[in-house]
Design a protein around this ligand. Structure first.
Ligand SMILES: [Mg+2]
Length: 238
């Protein structure tokens, strides 16, 4: 089937590799906002809860959100955190995180070129961040206008590589798996998951992520390499 859509992973694919060491102290800001007199305790607990939830994702791909982390922490620590406060804490966290998020300068022109060819463009990110956080980065750096469908697992039941995550984005794009290509930096979450459902797969390599034994259909080092690749797949009906 000829290619009709390209779906991208976000972190490490459309962005520079994310440095999570820089991000660990950001929980402190949220903790300080929620309960200044219990900052250390709350900060440690938030980090611990986030770590435990991501460890669970690796086992069963059960998605979670920032609200889930904060609710769990609230229950366990006996802090009554209203929805408004969750938003506030999230915004502070985002403000500190923002300078650390750097989109690949070749991302916007590459997306523009693919969209110019008539392809639908999708995004599927494993994330606990709310949609508004991601959209703010995408709009800041001029990517949002080129991405037709944006799916975040913080709004879904399952994360990549669970087939349900891919089905969600394909349904919203209204394309069959065989008419779509997935571009990602993680061999397990992105390449194994997309390939299992029948999408073409493109691995953005050398991003310092865990390995996995799966063969992508193509490998790229830079995003513009996608343009000739999808040209070929759009012409080739097999
Ligand atoms: Mg990634």
């Amino acid at each position: 089937m000829a290619l009709a859509a390209v779906v991208f992973d976000w972190g490490g694919t459309l962005t520079d590799p994310l440095n999570f060491e820089e991000l660990t102290d950001l929980w402190r800001l949220a903790a300080r906002h929620i309960a200044p007199d219990r900052e250390d305790e709350l900060c440690a607990r938030l980090e611990q809860i986030e770590g435990a939830l991501w460890a669970g994702v690796a086992k069963d791909q059960k998605a979670f959100s920032l609200s889930d982390i904060l609710k769990k922490a609230s229950d366990e620590l006996g802090v009554d955190v209203a929805e408004a406060l969750l938003e506030e804490a999230g915004t502070h966290h985002l403000d500190v995180w923002t300078p650390h998020i750097v989109h690949d300068p070749e991302a916007a022109p590459t997306l523009a070129a693919l969209k110019g060819e008539g392809l639908k463009i999708g995004l599927l990110s494993n994330t606990h961040w709310p949609r508004a956080f991601h959209e703010r980065f995408l709009e800041r750096d001029g990517l949002a206008e080129f991405i037709d469908v944006r799916c975040y697992t913080s709004e879904m039941e399952r994360t990549k590589p669970h087939p349900a995550a891919y089905r969600t984005v394909l349904r919203e794009l209204d394309v069959a798996p065989a008419a779509a290509a997935f571009v990602g930096d993680r061999l397990y979450d992105d390449i194994f998951g997309a390939k299992a459902l029948g999408l073409r797969t493109v691995h953005r390599r050398d991003r310092n992520v865990p390995g996995f034994d799966v063969q992508p259909d193509a490998v790229i080092d830079r995003l513009p390499e996608l343009i000739p690749l999808v040209d070929k797949w759009m012409r080739n009906d097999t």
